[in-house]
Design a protein around this ligand. Structure first.
Ligand SMILES: [Zn+2]
Length: 210
């Protein structure tokens, strides 16, 4: 059993990048803590309540069968995280001493979304000497990605990922192409072919401790 820390700059990043793996980790009994740094109040379709993404995230966490103590929503403003880099690091250092994760999963160092860059860099700064660190894949943000580690997935894991993504009505309304079924299943099928399984999610390895 591992203690796994999930880092989501915005509420939907972990589900998109590794939502199938999260289902697999929960199924095998790993202890999870899921941090969402921003609920992206400024990125919602016009007229939607400001807490829409926070409520959608709560539903996702419940759908995965996690309790309130296994998730934390932080109030950083979307696209302004670089102004609060030290606060992000301070929070991660607190989590390091309280939760003591074995594995930390966050965005890639090659992810060029401005908020994702902050979380990726502070993740390495905080955990490089204490935990294994891996990065999930978000192809629309990454300028490159090395398929170094695979988590193999069943139909059931993919169904859970797909159902979690369906909860983000506010993002589906914006016709984001990376929420399309063809893309979600196609990417997982491609990585499945790479490791002779039906489906898989790929990760970059920043640090690995055994
Ligand atoms: Zn994001």
């Amino acid at each position: 059993m591992s203690r796994i820390l999930l880092l989501s700059p915005h509420t939907d990043d972990v589900e998109l990048g590794c939502g199938g793996s999260v289902a697999k980790f929960i199924e095998r009994g790993d202890e999870m803590l899921w941090l969402a740094f921003s609920v992206a109040e400024d990125s919602l379709p016009q007229g939607m309540p400001k807490d829409t993404l926070a409520r959608e995230f709560e539903k996702v966490v419940q759908r995965y069968g996690l309790g309130e103590e296994q998730r934390e929503i932080l109030g950083f403003r979307v696209r302004h995280m670089s102004e609060h880099r030290q606060e992000v690091l301070d929070h991660l250092v607190r989590v390091r001493s309280q939760f003591r994760p074995d594995i930390v999963i966050g965005p890639s160092l090659h992810d060029y979304h401005q908020d994702h860059q902050v979380v990726a860099n502070e993740m390495v700064r905080a955990f490089k000497a204490s935990a294994s660190i891996i990065s999930y894949e978000l192809p629309w943000n990454n300028v490159r990605f090395d398929d170094q580690l695979f988590v193999t997935l069943t139909e059931e894991h993919m169904r859970k990922k797909w159902e979690a993504l369906q909860i983000y009505r506010s993002q589906l309304m914006k016709d984001r192409t990376y929420f399309e079924e063809e893309f979600v299943y196609g990417t997982a099928r491609m990585h499945g072919v790479q490791c002779n399984e039906r489906y898989a999610e790929a990760f970059e390895v920043i640090r690995w401790r055994i």
